[in-house]
Design a protein around this ligand. Structure first.
Ligand code: AMP
Length: 598
């Protein structure tokens, strides 16, 4: 039903009445971005006026921007950590929020090696749900007929823990998938998934993935879009198919379900889906048994119109591999969100990845923007640099995102650097530039320079009894393998060549580095299998000097030259790789357990 007549939208003719309302809402929010923001701040300050945190700044009931900006400092997670810890320990008094903290969302950002805990309140689920509800109405403007088929989405929950005070701590998506908002969502012909809830909600990642893949294969003709949250997740699914297609096709041929899938709820719901289909099994076996997997996604799911995965930010490194497996299908980056707050959506989701801009929805939180000057370290607590409001940012400029949320984060630095690319009505649109201080990232892990340095130091202790030291090092996120893995280049100085470290010792160095990396990295390695074993490539003596010569030949100043702690530029990689004398991998998994909670 074309419904231009129902409520037409400047974004385009909506596909149905529900879409018309959603598009209308986007119009209203973006036309009134500044007044919505003013209202959001007033609402947050009024309702949280009696919190311990806000009372400390003597706002005296003021809820206006000026007072807020002059009295409340800009903070980082570390500033709030003692308060957050009290909440985690069971203090139920209104510390940050007047509404009770319902749970903690565990961010992939870390503090002192552990996941950050973001307090949230019940009603935030409604806000997240609202943002989700805007995505398909926008997509329907660009891709027609999505109500004629299904989405094959690989969605997973992760393990959850309890804080000492008994509150749940889990990733935001786990919280969302387990909520009634998701589990009992009303039927929407434009948003039907091939994966049953039972598969998505199974905590065992093998059983969950196996079932989701099996359902996707059975319904291959109906699949119109293939997705995961991040690009790395979709590639993991492809790798899973590579490793498990024989078992999957056996199941399809005979209409049975792999006995490794033991989850009762899955087994029960799959009785309605599995059936013997030898023809389908033969087809999939034929496609998967060839050596070349180029275009495998469109060969198996021939009606796929686009991939729904985030390929902005750190995920951009996966674009070539996704293109290889999908024959260059469009990659839709639909939204920009975090554990702290969901921010906004892409109003032109079929654009090229390099052109993706997210429109921040002004009703989600109060947003401020710290002009980003790459060399400055930024403000410290107590100082009050001039932050720019959402409606006042300037096209072409870069800012760090600072948020004030209903759950009680006030002027909190998210750590994302964004560039303004334009406006939709009066709401700015932002390109995601990068996350501050992230050196290496494969999946949801984020490793900064200090963490890498500490890991290096720990590992190199194993070398001291061989009179050997690491003179220089750098790193590289190798995403050519699936899963990707960290590569660390080492140049060693061995004082006594008759007692140099053995291969076994260097393998142990890989593991020692992994043991020192943060808990998100170790979880990806151990529980999610989304990062492969860390690799050390020992390069011959003098390699880092050659690296410096190369940088200087390209214009770097000799005085200011610093060894880059992470590299990705092809000529530098080629230089390093051509000097490798030995390679070493972690021989086992590092320690990780979901219970580790301070
Ligand atoms: P988390 O705290 O684990 O939920 O991670 C949130 C972070 O992931 C954000 O602050 C961004 O750095 C990154 N992120 C989320 N969505 C996007 C996106 N669409 N493009 C690039 N980076 C994103």
């Amino acid at each position: 039903m074309a419904v231009d007549s129902i409520l037409s939208s400047p974004l385009g003719p909506p596909a149905c009445e529900k879409d018309a309302k959603a598009l209308q809402f986007i119009e209203e929010m973006t036309r009134n971005a500044d007044s919505v923001q003013e209202h959001v701040l007033a609402e947050i300050l009024t309702r949280n006026a009696e919190t311990e945190y806000l009372k400390g700044f003597n706002l005296d009931g003021a809820a206006d921007r000026e007072t807020f900006k002059s009295k409340v400092p800009i903070v980082t997670y570390e500033d709030l950590q003692p308060l957050i810890q009290r909440i985690a320990n069971g203090d139920r008094s209104p510390i940050l929020s007047s509404h009770p903290v319902s749970e903690f969302l565990t961010s992939s950002g870390t503090s002192a090696g552990e996941r950050k805990l973001m307090p949230t309140i019940k009603e935030e689920l409604d806000r997240r749900q609202l943002l989700y509800s805007l995505l398909m109405p926008v997509m329907n403007l660009y891709v027609k007929g999505l109500d004629k088929g299904k989405g094959l989405y690989f969605l997973f929950i992760k393990s959850e823990t309890k804080t000492p005070g008994g509150l749940l701590a889990r990733p935001v998506l786990t919280s969302y998938y387990k909520s009634d908002h998701f589990k009992t969502r009303p039927y929407d012909p434009y948003n039907v998934y091939t994966s049953p809830n039972e598969a998505i909600l199974c905590p065992d990642s093998f059983q969950s993935m196996y079932t989701q893949m099996l359902c996707g294969l059975y319904q291959r003709e109906q699949v119109l879009r293939v997705g995961a949250v991040f690009a790395s997740g979709l590639l993991r699914a492809i790798r899973f198919l590579q490793l498990n297609w024989q078992q999957l096709t056996d199941d399809i041929r005979t209409g049975s379900l792999n006995p490794k899938v033991t989850d009762k709820a899955i087994r029960e719901c799959m009785t309605r889906i599995v059936r013997p289909d030898p023809e389908l099994a033969d087809f999939i076996a034929k496609e998967c048994s060839t050596e070349h997997w180029e275009g495998i996604i469109t060969r198996i799911w021939p009606n796929t119109k686009y991939l729904d995965v985030i390929v902005t930010g750190a995920m951009a490194q996966y674009i070539p591999t996704l293109d290889y497996y999908s024959g260059g299908l469009p990659k839709a980056c639909t939204m920009y969100a975090s554990s702290e707050c969901y921010f906004g959506l892409n109003l032109n989701p079929m654009c090229r990845p390099s052109e993706v801009s997210y429109t921040i929805m002004p009703n989600m939180a109060y947003f401020e923007f710290l002009p980003h000057e790459p060399k400055s370290t930024g403000p410290t607590r107590g100082s009050t640099p001039r932050l720019v409001d959402l409606a006042d940012v300037e096209i072409g400029k870069e800012y760090e995102l600072v948020i004030t949320t209903y759950a009680g984060l006030c002027r909190y630095r998210v750590g994302d650097i964004l560039r303004v690319t334009g406006f939709h009505n009066l709401a700015p649109q932002f390109q995601f530039v990068r996350r501050k201080n992230v050196l290496l990232s494969i999946d949801s892990d984020k490793t900064d320079e200090a963490e890498l340095q500490a890991a290096m130091e720990n590992a190199s202790k194993l070398l001291s009894k061989f009179n050997t030291s690491v003179v220089e090092y750098t790193s590289y996120a190798d995403t050519k393998t699936i899963p990707g893995h960290y590569v660390i280049y080492w140049e060693l100085l061995t004082k006594d060549s008759s007692n140099s470290p053995s291969n076994q010792v260097l393998d142990q160095c890989c593991l020692a580095m992994e043991e020192s990396l943060n808990s998100v990295y170790r979880q990806c390695r151990v529980a999610d299998n989304s990062i492969g074993p860390l690799e050390i490539r020992v390069v011959r003596n003098g390699t880092f000097e050659e690296l410096m010569d190369y940088a200087i030949s390209r214009g770097a100043s000799i005085n200011q030259y610093k060894v880059p702690r992470c590299v990705s530029f092809t000529p530098i990689m080629e230089l390093l790789d051509s000097r490798v004398v030995s390679t070493h991998f972690s021989p086992s998994l590092p320690q990780w357990s979901p219970e580790r909670r301070r």
